[in-house]
Design a protein around this ligand. Structure first.
Ligand SMILES: *Cc1c(COP(=O)(O)O)cnc(C)c1O
Length: 228
């Protein structure tokens, strides 16, 4: 029951944030981040109608996928080691964390072999925090020019993780600059469609939606604090 209540609250907040920005709330996809969450609980969120789930570890993904309904859409939102591409390439619908050429090349190689195509977002470190994965904003355009020609891999947009702050207003400029960067890439790189802007988590998703996010990744606000 509490999951349903949490979801209702989140959906209402997304709706209001979208309206404040003159956007259609229905263009925002809520990804439920189920990392560390038991499958039984993950099933509740699926049963409540949220069928797109995000995980950040390959091992946990591999364990959960067979235990969840077959039409669950899995997004890989965490750092991906090149040698683990093979375990998830045919299991996820969107990779949020493409951040290096070697990873793109491995995806392409495996995708060709298996005759499939993986959609990916480029992870951008908008704040320049040392602890965060992702490319510096200044390198993203050239990176996308390089990897967008690889077969078996389709670049669909950008993802960022904003710094944690007690005042989410402080991250608005980071979200705004990611949106600007996506628009620039859309203009300057032929053949690439910036369909998705994945930004916003429990702490800051309303601001992300106001600034143009169409994918928000939410864990804590749905499931409560994670126990590691
Ligand atoms: C854990 C995680 C989230 C969800 O964070 P919450 O603050 O619990 O909503 C979103 N994105 C990524 C990449 C994560 O690792």
């Amino acid at each position: 029951m509490w999951i349903q209540e949490n979801l209702d609250k989140i959906k209402e907040r997304i709706e209001r944030a979208a309206q404040r920005a003159g956007r259609n709330p229905r263009e925002v996809t809520l990804v439920a981040v189920t990392k560390t969450v038991d499958v039984e609980v993950a099933r509740q969120v699926y049963n409540a109608g949220i069928k797109t789930l995000g995980e950040n570890r390959v091992q946990e993904l591999q364990k959960k996928i067979p235990e969840m309904p077959a039409d669950t859409q899995w997004h890989m939102i965490g750092h991906l080691q090149t040698n683990k591409v093979k375990y998830i390439i045919d299991k996820v619908t969107l990779l949020h964390s493409l951040d290096r050429v070697s990873l793109a090349e491995e995806i392409s190689r495996r995708a060709i072999k298996q005759n499939l195509n993986l959609s990916a977002l480029v992870q951008v470190n908008v704040s320049g925090e040392e602890s965060k994965f992702g490319l510096p904003p200044g390198e993203v355009l050239d990176f996308i020019k390089t990897v967008s020609v690889l077969p078996g891999l389709t670049i669909r947009g950008l993802m960022t993780i904003a710094p944690y702050t007690t005042n989410p207003e402080e991250v608005r400029p980071f979200f705004r600059s990611l949106k600007k960067l996506a628009e620039k890439i859309q203009r300057d790189v032929a053949g690439v469609n910036m369909d998705y802007l994945s930004m916003g988590m429990t702490n800051d998703y309303e601001i992300a939606v106001e600034e143009g996010a169409n994918i928000v990744r939410i864990g804590t606000a749905i499931f409560g604090a994670r126990k590691y």
